[in-house]
Design a protein around this ligand. Structure first.
Ligand code: ADP
Ligand code: MG
Length: 679
């Protein structure tokens, strides 16, 4: 791993002041689209520790450019810059960030405080990016005390918890100075620190800088006010990128330089990413989100809706699956459902009369001639009007034989089912479902009562067990009667609609269905090839069909939820991009005080992940609530599974990562000087 560590050493010799800055033939040219703008020309300059340098010059003479180069925010086009005996041109961006964080303090004309933070928090900010190993409680406490000490030093001891935008300009600049001091800098760079201040505040700020210089910190300050420059020990004047004068002021150079030797001899390695920074980033993200609540809420909404949909849809899907599974399990696994087949073969109509319609004779023959058949229950269905005591109800007839009650778990809960004898004699008896009972009989016991169906009196002999609803059909809204009664007295049908054949066990099912087809074709004098005029299905087939329908359904629902998550993600990306633009200056400042690209990248990534995770969490709760209320009020079975919660959480984190990457990358690649200059 290439992780070269550098050592900043002043090479201080006893009794002799060391050079902290050595510039040799520094030139800087900005390359615009078509033209080159030369700004600095062959600047050579030495600064000794303990000096207080004022750089003067007209606007546009290159003062800020020079200061930015000194502050490692910008690189010269040519020439060498040696900072504390280290040639800085070979340092990586991350190392430069570390040097800025540890050895330099910046004071800007426009203060650059973060408005939503207190004075104290602003002062503590550079510590987010310092790599002092473990940030344990003693470290935090020590720096807390230091921050308060520095705020007191600049005269703001009574304002430490004020939000920075509640402070006056002069007070804000004092906070900025305290911030520059928090990492015990060796060199403070100030670019027109009094440019936005009235003369009284200006004088106070200069006084503070002088005191700092007296305590041993080297200061380079840009100003264009001559009387402020008087405070400095040396004044350098720039004109059109060239030093035109360099004067020592009368004032003695500070002799008691107590250069923080410890700071200078420490090794700086690459800014190593540390886990405990995540915690800092996380708090920064929460702060940023809290500072613009409406916008954060709106961006959370997109993911929230997606996740809510995902959870509710998965719960519904699972519920439906579970219901179907139970209903199918009720049927028993050794039942064949025999229905007339389609009259089409290979897309060609076989013509009328080729549909096989079963008769009661077929049923008898199957029962007698096909080995392996245990029971056969034929069906005829139709709709009828049923009347009792002036009350009318339209319901479905399911007419069959006595076997049905065992085949389909329909043994009456009250009374009895009809017998085979009643079937052959076309007895006028009826077994009713719960819905019919509720509709016609309020207080009376239906058993033994007579109802009218097609003007014929039927005696109620039993009440069917409740089955609930399957999809849209109420399975309890029906009456059952002997099939012969229904065919010849009520519905006037000659043929039966379908039949259920129960085999002795599952192993013979294939064989039985082949034999049934063969037998029926024989009985109806149809060619053996007409097999598809009879449709036989077993439970496994139906289960397979249902399962594949469910799967399609689940994919459909899933893709709807996925699309809403996608839309939510795009919304978040949009808002993050706006946020990056809005906070360009903040990003510039963070870089100036020691954040490297990775720090900025992570900060914004975590912000977008936090938005998504919040949306995800609320969505999971909301989706579960919706599922529960659907079960409670609409009677749909739902099931919120752990796996769907896991899926939703994973998705929200992924959306945050995927859609946060671009804005975060954009933020991390911002050039610090341009970012600081951004209006
Ligand atoms: P001062 O701080 O002395 O007022 P600056 O150092 O800010 O001057 O700028 C010096 C010159 O360099 C100006 O003419 C300015 O227009 C030009 N300049 C500064 N920054 C850039 C840049 N990023 N791109 C092009 N020209 C620049
Ligand atoms: Mg300037």
């Amino acid at each position: 791993m290439s992780n070269p560590s550098i050592t900043l050493r002043t090479g201080q010799v006893k009794g002799k002041m060391a050079k902290i800055i050595e510039l040799k033939n520094i030139s800087k040219t900005y390359h615009l689209e078509k033209v080159d703008v030369p700004v600095l020309h062959n600047i050579s300059l030495d600064v000794t520790e303990g000096e207080f340098i004022a750089i003067m010059g007209h606007s546009g003479s290159g003062k800020s450019t020079l200061l930015n180069i000194l502050g490692l925010l910008d690189k010269p086009s040519s020439g060498t810059y040696t900072l504390a005996s280290n040639e800085v041109s070979h340092l990586s961006d991350a190392q430069l960030a570390t040097v800025r964080n540890k050895f330099l303090g910046f004071v800007f004309q426009s203060f650059n405080l973060l408005p939503r933070m207190s004075a104290l928090e602003n002062v503590l900010m550079p510590l987010v990016y310092s790599e002092n190993g473990k940030k344990d409680s003693s470290f935090i406490k020590k720096n807390h005390n230091n921050a308060i000490k520095f705020l007191e030093k600049v005269g703001l001891g009574d304002r430490i918890n004020h939000k920075s935008n509640e402070l006056s300009g002069g007070q804000q600049q004092r906070v900025a100075i305290a911030r520059a001091l928090i990492n015990n800098p060796t060199l403070i760079l100030a670019d027109e620190p009094t440019g936005n201040l009235d003369s009284k505040s200006s004088a106070e700020i200069i006084e503070i800088l002088k005191e700092l210089n007296d305590s041993g910190i080297t200061i380079v300050m840009v100003t264009h006010e001559a009387d402020l420059a008087q405070a400095a020990t040396r004044t350098i004047t720039l004109q059109d990128g060239v030093i035109i004068s360099d004067k020592k002021n009368k004032k003695e150079i500070n002799k008691k330089v107590i250069v923080s030797a410890e700071g200078f001899s420490k090794n700086i390695s690459h800014h190593i990413f540390k886990l405990n920074r995540i915690k800092d980033y996380f708090f920064q993200a929460i702060r940023a989100l809290m500072s613009n609540k409406t916008r954060s809420a709106l961006s959370i909404l997109g993911v929230l809706i997606g996740v809510t949909g995902l959870i509710a849809m998965l719960a519904l899907g699972r519920g439906a699956q579970e219901t179907t599974r139970k209903q199918l399990a009720n049927l028993g696994s050794n039942i064949l459902m025999v229905m007339p087949g389609s009259s089409m073969r290979g897309g060609v109509s076989l013509g009328a009369g080729t549909v096989t319609r079963f008769t009661l004779q077929d049923v008898t023959e199957i029962k007698e001639k096909v080995p392996g058949v245990k029971m056969v229950a034929p069906y005829v269905t139709g709709r009828v009007q049923i009347v009792y005591n002036g009350k009318n109800w339209n319901t479905r007839i399911e007419a069959t034989t006595g076997n049905y009650q065992y085949l389909r778990n329909a043994v009456p809960v009250q009374g009895r089912y009809f017998t085979d004898e009643e079937t052959t004699t076309r007895a006028k008896v009826v077994v009713i479902g719960k819905t019919v009972k509720d509709q016609l009989f309020v207080d009376t016991n239906p058993l033994g009562e007579f109802v009218k169906i097609n003007k014929i009196d039927f005696q109620v002999i039993g009440i069917l067990p409740t089955k609930g609803s399957s999809g849209f059909r109420d399975e309890d809204d029906k009456v059952q009667m002997p099939i012969n009664t229904a065919m010849f007295r009520v519905l006037g049908k000659e043929y039966i609609d379908s039949m259920d054949v129960q085999t002795i066990d599952e192993s013979v099912m294939d064989d039985v269905s082949k034999r049934i087809i063969k037998l029926i074709l024989q009985l109806h004098r149809q060619p053996e090839s007409n097999t598809n005029t009879i449709n036989i299905r077993n439970l496994a087939d139906i289960q397979e069909t249902v399962a594949s329908t469910m799967k399609t359904f689940a994919y459909l629902l899933g893709s709807v939820a996925f699309i809403s998550l996608l839309v939510g993600g795009i919304g978040i990306m949009n808002i993050m991009l706006v946020s990056v633009t809005e906070r360009t200056r903040e990003i510039g400042l963070r870089k100036a005080i020691g954040a490297n690209n990775k720090d900025i990248l992570f900060q914004f990534m975590i912000e977008s992940v936090v938005i998504c995770v919040m949306g995800g969490l609320i969505g999971i709760i909301l989706g579960s609530l919706i599922s529960i209320s659907l079960s409670m009020f609409a009677g749909w079975q739902t099931e919120v599974s752990f796996s769907s919660i896991l899926l939703a959480s994973t998705f929200s984190v992924l959306v945050g990562l995927i859609f946060g990457t671009w804005p975060a990358r954009k933020a991390s690649l911002l050039n610090p000087i341009e970012a600081l200059r951004y209006e």
